[in-house]
Write a protein that binds this ligand. Structure first.
Ligand code: 9D3
Length: 253
């Protein structure tokens, strides 16, 4: 898969792309990343990429000309790309959207800067995407988030150390607690079940812990998660148990 990134700060991408999974995917030819400097698509002597907002207001606005020239140049040279503008006004990036994007052969990610991008760029964009409701200084870190999330889904990118199939086993749920050595740390022991060697019992325990963690921290995820009738029964029991626990602490406070 091919990623093209249009940015005024291509240097922000260097070290994340040169480490870990994304680095290995590029070396193995599974992923190609091309950085394009928006400044290279300006036509004026001072290579200006932003300007004051019509109507006034804080922050500089990215000019449409250089960005649209960049989009067109990339598509003329490399072929049709699915064009994404990273912006705080975009649709939220979810694992579902990440999976859809992973089906594309070529993505072109446009990074705006604080202040925003001239609205007329939208006419050249297939989707506008945000990574969450907090304010960043630009679209570069969000572009890296998209690249990381999509890149790990590409065939053969992940080794055994991360597993996409294990993920799908816990589809829509949060992960429960996990442990490694030592068996005892700061007086806290690894749950005995995980050292039992009983793989069926371990799978049941893990599922229950995933349900419990999701119930406690992100209950709004549960209606969306693919749950078995057994899961629903477990959840009922956990909910009752949590309510009783809550009552008990009420009496001692
Ligand atoms: C005058 C500033 N703005 C009103 C709050 C608009 C603004 C535009 C651009 C604020 C921040 C930015 C820079 N951020 C992004 O380009 C961005 C972003 C983000 O800030 N949060 C989450 N996802 C994204 S994707 C791109």
């Amino acid at each position: 898969m091919e990623f093209h990134i249009l940015t005024v700060f291509p240097e922000m991408f260097a070290s994340p792309l040169q480490a870990s999974v994304l680095q290995r995917a590029q070396v193995r030819g599974l992923l190609r990343v091309y950085l394009h400097n928006i400044r290279d698509f300006t036509r004026d002597r001072h290579r200006v990429t932003d300007d004051y907002a019509y109507g006034g207001g804080p922050g500089m606005i990215m000019k449409p000309g250089p960005i649209v020239s960049g989009i067109q140049a990339v598509q003329e040279r490399f072929g049709r790309a699915y064009v994404i503008l990273l912006s705080p006004q975009g649709i939220l990036l979810t694992q579902r959207l990440v999976k859809n994007l992973a089906q594309q052969e070529r993505l072109l990610l446009i990074c705006g800067r604080y202040g925003g991008v001239d609205a007329r760029v939208q006419a050249y964009v297939d989707a506008e995407v945000s990574i969450g409701d907090y304010v960043l200084t630009g679209g570069e870190l969000p572009a890296l988030v998209v690249l990381d999330a999509v890149g790990r889904l590409l065939p053969n990118v992940l080794g055994d150390e991360h597993s996409v199939t294990e993920d799908s086993l816990f589809h829509g749920l949060l992960q429960g607690p996990v442990y490694t050595r030592p068996e005892e740390f700061a007086g806290m022991r690894v749950p005995a079940i995980l050292r039992s060697g009983n793989h069926a019992a371990i799978a049941v325990w893990r599922r229950r812990q995933a349900l419990l963690t999701t119930l406690r921290r992100r209950p709004e995820l549960l209606p969306q998660a693919p749950l078995t009738p057994q899961d629903l029964a477990t959840l009922q029991a956990l909910q009752t148990q949590e309510a009783l626990q809550e009552q008990a602490t009420e009496h001692t406070s």
